[in-house]
Design a protein around this ligand. Sequence first.
Ligand code: GLN
Length: 197
Amino acid sequence: MAGRGPVGVLALQGDFREHIAVLRSLGADAVGVRRPSELAEVSGLIIPGGESSVIDKLSRLFDLAAPLKRAIADGLPVWGTCAGLIMLADTVLDGIQGQQSLGGLDIAVRRNAFGSQLDSFETELDIPVLGEPSVHAVFIRAPIVESASTSVTTLAALPDGRVVAVEQNNLLGTSFHPEMTGDTRFHEYFLSKVTSQ
Ligand code: GLN
């Protein structure tokens, strides 16, 4: 697929519009993806934040779950933010009953891992692949990567060691929301993965 075709953002639920706006601000051809025919055209895909149990249900209802799993296995660059990270995890802890993920990232994530006292917070993260300065990260009812296989690279962790950004081959996942802060470095990093595949 070699970087041909637009970059897609899964547009079933959540903050897909914000991701499309950031990608377009970087000069990328970005489109919302709601159907298998649209998925087939893209050279990379962002699964946005929102509510993973809803994105799961809608992806099955719209017959997108199976094509998404195939695309992930075939090496399509896919980046999941927050709920999207949950969708990419092989194992979901504290999902609602019957919740499924697409999988691909060999990790276990815990939904809503910060509990009700700390639903949302912002912090500075050192992310070596993005260089200096540190990244202002916004967490909203965020998941945590509780465990990961040795083939998964940690890109960022909180000061207490909890992992919040990972990469494994064609897949990227972040617990936080780079589309909300005006810092476009994570989107640029993803676009460089798309063009180099
Ligand atoms: N808590 C949400 C979920 O379980 C994720 C929140 C988010 O994407 N900001 O999907």
